[in-house]
Design a protein around this ligand. Structure first.
Ligand code: KG4
Ligand code: ZN
Length: 337
């Protein structure tokens, strides 16, 4: 039997400091330190995020090792998020990973955060793993992409947002309704009690498989202003219906393009990934597609929003492919794949 490979994964691209340990495809630990400091600003403050990563990284890594019941010597390689993300945040995780790699004399593996969201599907405790080739709708706070995944490390973005990401649309809509940051999960919660047909919102139409969500933001803003002028309690009195209607608009916009891609490329193996794939409405809409012959894949809830388990998963795949990185590789805020 081949040797078990243990990879330590480190994720610090935005406002979550996370460390995970994967043993082959099984997650032994996946710990996340969330940063509460941003809530009062209504969004992530990059400088505060880097400082919080510095504070959290050592305890998070040592707790992950403890939970996995392993020591640093049991680790075969260190995988870290090189980008895309906030540069200051990436620097903290990347520098820590490099320091550890030098000290332990263990290989270093750089990971693309967006690729990791997709490859989280291959962690062994998901309900299912997609077969290649598949289409993945990756929806997060910073990105919205339709990716054609030919193999683990052979991916092509066939469509993406030309302005705001879907998660940003959720968060900005939530902020306009007075909800705290990050508002996406709250919109999801209230939407479950609301009537999605009550109000009609519009996101712009884009070419090919691309998206735009900045128009929706303006659409919501003007609508709310007009209604609040007439009735100052309009938002409170209609919160559930507003959330349901906004969520429906975002999901409709995403699915028009996803359906087009499935049809044009004749690929009906379809996955969702990224923070917004935790949304109950998106999950439900995807599952409904099974009736039309799609084979759908939804990651486990804890592998949707930012986490180091997905970074460790890519680390495992790259380790097997002998795909290691140099200490000189700098973090990149706009890393492509
Ligand atoms: O992937 P992620 O954790 O971080 C980035 O890489 O951006 O995604 C975070 C985004 C935020 O915009 C958050 O509001 C959104 O995912 N999100 C949700 C839900 N859970 C997280 N949006 C809608 N419904 C949810 N249940
Ligand atoms: Zn992410």
């Amino acid at each position: 039997m081949s040797k078990t490979i243990n990879i330590l994964g480190i994720e610090s691209s935005c406002d979550d400091t996370s460390a995970a340990i994967i043993s082959n495809r099984k997650i032994l630990a996946n710990l996340i330190a969330n940063q509460k400091v941003h809530a009062e600003y209504g969004g992530v403050v990059p400088e505060l995020a880097s400082r919080a990563h510095q504070k959290n990284i050592v305890p998070v890594v040592s707790q992950a090792l403890k939970k996995a019941n392993l020591s640093l010597n049991d680790i075969d390689a260190i995988a870290y998020t090189r980008g895309p993300g906030l540069l200051g945040s990436l620097l903290v995780g990347g520098s820590f990973a490099k320091g550890l790699s030098m000290t332990l004399q263990k290989p270093l593996i750089e990971v693309n955060h967006m690729q990791a969201h997709i490859l989280a599907h291959f962690i062994d405790d998901n309900a299912s793993s997609p077969n290649f080739p598949f289409l993945c709708l990756t929806v997060s706070g910073g990105h919205t992409q339709i990716v054609l995944v030919r193999d683990y490390l052979k991916m092509e973005i066939i469509g993406e947002t030309l302005d705001d990401a879907a998660g940003e649309a959720f968060d900005k809509a939530a902020k306009m309704m007075g909800l705290p940051y990050p508002g996406g999960p709250l919109v999801d919660k209230y939407a479950q009690e609301g009537n999605a047909e009550k109000f009609s919102f519009n996101a712009g139409e884009m070419d090919n498989y691309n998206f735009s969500f900045s128009g929706l933001k303006t659409n919501i803003l003007y609508f709310l202003r007009k209604e609040v002028d007439k009735n100052p309690n309009f938002i409170q009195e209609n919160l559930n219906d507003l959330c349901a209607s906004i969520q429906k608009c975002i999901i409709d916009t995403l699915f028009v393009k996803l359906e087009k891609a499935v049809k044009d490329l004749n690929i009906n193996e379809v996955a969702i990934a990224g923070g917004v794939s935790a949304n109950s409405g998106i999950r439900k809409r995807l599952l409904e597609k099974e009736n039309q012959g799609w084979r759908v894949h939804i990651p486990k809830f804890e592998y949707c929003t930012d986490n180091a388990a997905m970074i460790a998963m890519v680390g495992f795949i790259k380790f097997q492919a002998n795909d290691f990185s140099e200490l000189s590789e700098a973090p990149q805020a706009r890393l492509k794949f």
